[in-house]
Structure formats: C-alpha cells, structure tokens
Write a protein that binds this ligand. Structure first.
Ligand SMILES: C[S@@+](CC[C@H](N)C(=O)[O-])C[C@H]1O[C@@H](n2cnc3c(N)ncnc32)[C@H](O)[C@@H]1O
Length: 368
C-alpha cells in the first residue's frame, strides 16, 4: 500500500493524511458502534479499547480543508462523554510502530485535549498484545480491538486470546485489494500462512474475480472464528470511492447477538441502509434495496429452511444473522409479511405489537 501523503495542518504542529471517503465511512461506523458498545458494556465495568494501529491521528478533507481525527481520538472523545456521569472508565492503549506517525499522534492527542486514560506506545501491536499485563487486563474486562493495518502485517495466531472476555469484540480492516495484488508474489508464503492462519489461501490462486474474493473472505472469517472462538463474524464490504471494486472489508467478531445486530445497524445507518459501501454507486437504488424484494428474499429462504418447525424469534435470528445481508428489522418485516399471507403463525411472548422480539414464537406452515 502506498504511503499516504502528509499535509501540514495550518496553524498546528502536526500533519494530516488526506481524508478518503471510505476512511470517513469507517470512522463513522466506529463512532456509531463504539457509542452503543460503550453505553452498554461500560455500565457495570471499566472497559478497554485497543487501537492496534494508531496512525498519525489526523486527516484532512482536501476539498474543504476540514480536519478530522483518527480512531483513538474519536473513541476517547466518545468515552469521555458517555462516562462523564459514571464511575467506570474506558482505558485506551494505542500502538503505532512508525516513529513519525507516533510523534504526530502524540501532538494531535495533546492539541485535542484528550483524556489521560490512554497510553500511546511506539511499538508493534503483535508484541504488545502478548504482554502479560495487557493480556491480563483484556482477559478480565470487556475490550474492543481495532485492528487496522495497511496490509499483511497481522498474525492470526496472535488473536487467540483477544476475545477471552465474553464482552470483547474485534474489528479488523481486511485489506482485500492489497492482499489480492500480493497473493502470488514470491517469498511471501510464510507471511500469508501467518496472516490466514492456514495455507488454504493457496487455493485462491486458481480463482479470479468475485470467486477469489469470496473464497478469501470466507477463509479469513472461518479462521478468525476458529481462533478467537467468536460466536458471530460478519464482513462489511467497502469499495473504492470512484469505482465498483472492493477496497477492503471491515470484519467484525462478537460473542453477542446484540453485538452483530447493532453493528449491522451502525453500518447500515451510515450507508443508506446497506451492509456495504458502494463508492460512486452509493446513492443508486438497486432491486436489492427495495423493501418488497428484501422481504421476499428472506421469506423464501426461511420458509424453505424452517417449514413445519416452531422457533423463537431470537433463535431464528441467531441461526441466520451471519448468513443474510439484512438487518434484524428486515427479518421481522419478512415474518410479518408471511403472517399476513398466513404462511406463519406467530404467538407473541416478548412483544405486543410491531417488531417481533426475543421469545415470540414463530411456527412455519407447510409449503403447499
Ligand atoms: C491504516 S493506519 C491506522 C489508522 C487509524 N486506525 C485510524 O483509523 O485513524 C495503519 C497504521 O498502522 C501502523 N502500523 C503498521 N504495522 C503496525 C504494527 N505491527 N504495530 C503497530 N502499528 C503498525 C502504520 O504505521 C500506520 O500508521
């Protein structure tokens, strides 16, 4: 990946990287999700945010000259606001292994009057997460890890303990474009094995286009699940802003059904209701965006799988949420459509009207 340009910020002693559209989206999603995660998990516990790849701390929108801030600064501001009237704190550890970026980040942190609950380290995150003290802390507190490298510099095995605490989650920037371009480059086999935690990436060499992409994303998700024991893993695709081509995926791992539900809502909330960012096609409406189409699609699939069975809404959601590119509300709307068509029978237990909830019991009729 090419090094981003460094732009001196007027009136400041630090530089910023050009603020690309897909980075803005990533930051918005992190802001939305962190607000929810921290509001819930930080109610009864101190929490921990580990920004494994800190970056330089500042971004600049070159068309408007507006300055935005990096992931650790965004999270610190959110935590300060949410925890203002609480006794619990959110501690932050940032790793940045490039000295220039590290020094810049320190300056931005000070300029933005961020909290003193953070330690910024000039260090390789692969080593820091193995330190005993850090490991003890994240194993005993709900922790959110943002893993956001520029390329292949990640080791699957190192993620083994990150979700030791049941409230812990990981968000990984899976740099597909970069990975794909370097997939066949000689002498990188060992690095690729470490990255995927397997040699199976080799099977992707014979594939092309979306087939190769899907294979590698599915492989990574599967290995991440095996390694971290996460209950739910979901990948959000982000295209380049100017073309219909995948730039990277944000891969989210969580143990909690509400984690995946809220992350889907967060992503959709900043992407016109979609679970992918389509760059210049972001505002174009496709068949897949129409509520009727979504409802039909979900309804057809669940009817096929569950015909003749009775299941609680929450269990149905848990069983299919990773497989459908839709939200919890879409599933509820699809069931409601089936109820009107008398293809399912719903006994409301957790809800009285509107969206179905947890223990509402759904009986799928036989397909005639
Ligand atoms: C994409 S940027 C991070 C951006 C940041 N998370 C944000 O959203 O503002 C990646 C950063 O990771 C740093 N980096 C790369 N490998 C690293 C490693 N093993 N440990 C710590 N930092 C690393 C790079 O120097 C670079 O500044």
């Amino acid at each position: 990946m090419t090094k981003p340009k460094e732009v001196i910020v007027y009136g400041k002693e630090y530089f910023a990287w050009p603020y690309e559209e897909q980075t803005k989206i990533k930051h918005k999603v992190i802001s939305y999700y962190m607000t929810i995660w921290l509001s819930k998990l930080g109610k009864y516990n101190d929490t921990f945010f580990m920004d494994c790849h800190g970056g330089c701390g500042a971004y600049i929108d070159l068309s408007t000259n507006t300055v935005g801030y990096g992931s650790s600064i965004i999270v610190d501001k959110i935590a300060t606001e949410i925890n203002a009237n609480r006794s619990h704190k959110n501690y932050i550890c940032v790793c940045e292994n490039n000295k220039k970026n590290y020094e810049n980040l320190l300056k931005v942190w000070e300029d933005q009057s961020c909290s003193n609950l953070c330690r910024i380290r000039l260090d390789n995150f692969n080593n820091v997460i193995k330190e005993k003290r850090i490991n003890n802390y994240y194993s005993t507190h709900p922790s959110l890890f943002l893993i956001d490298p520029f390329g292949y510099d990640l080791v699957m095995e190192n993620m083994k303990n990150l979700m030791n605490h049941k409230g812990s989650e990981i968000i990984i920037n899976f740099m597909y474009d970069h990975l794909n371009r370097f997939l066949s480059v000689a002498n990188l086999d060992a690095q690729r094995d470490d990255f995927f935690g397997s040699h199976e990436w080799i099977n992707a060499i014979g594939l092309s286009g979306r087939e190769r992409e899907n294979y590698l994303v599915e492989l990574y998700k599967r290995k991440l699940k095996e390694t971290t024991k996460a209950k739910f893993v979901f990948a959000y695709r982000l295209c380049f802003p100017d073309r219909n081509q995948t730039y990277y995926y944000l891969i989210h791992a969580t143990n909690d059904i509400q984690g995946i539900v809220y992350m889907k809502n967060s992503f959709a909330g900043v992407n016109n209701g979609r679970l992918e960012y389509l760059g210049k096609y972001q505002n174009a409406l496709t068949l897949f965006d129409l509520d009727n189409y979504k409802n039909e699609d979900i309804a057809r699939n669940v009817l096929k799988k569950y015909t003749g069975k009775t299941i609680q809404f929450i269990n149905l959601l848990e069983e299919i949420i990773e497989d459908i590119p839709f939200l919890e509300k879409d599933l509820s709307d699809a069931i409601s459509m089936l109820e009107k068509e008398k293809k399912v029978n719903v006994r409301r237990v957790s809800s009285k009207r509107g969206r179905y909830r947890d223990k509402d019991q759904i009986t799928f009729g036989e397909i005639i």
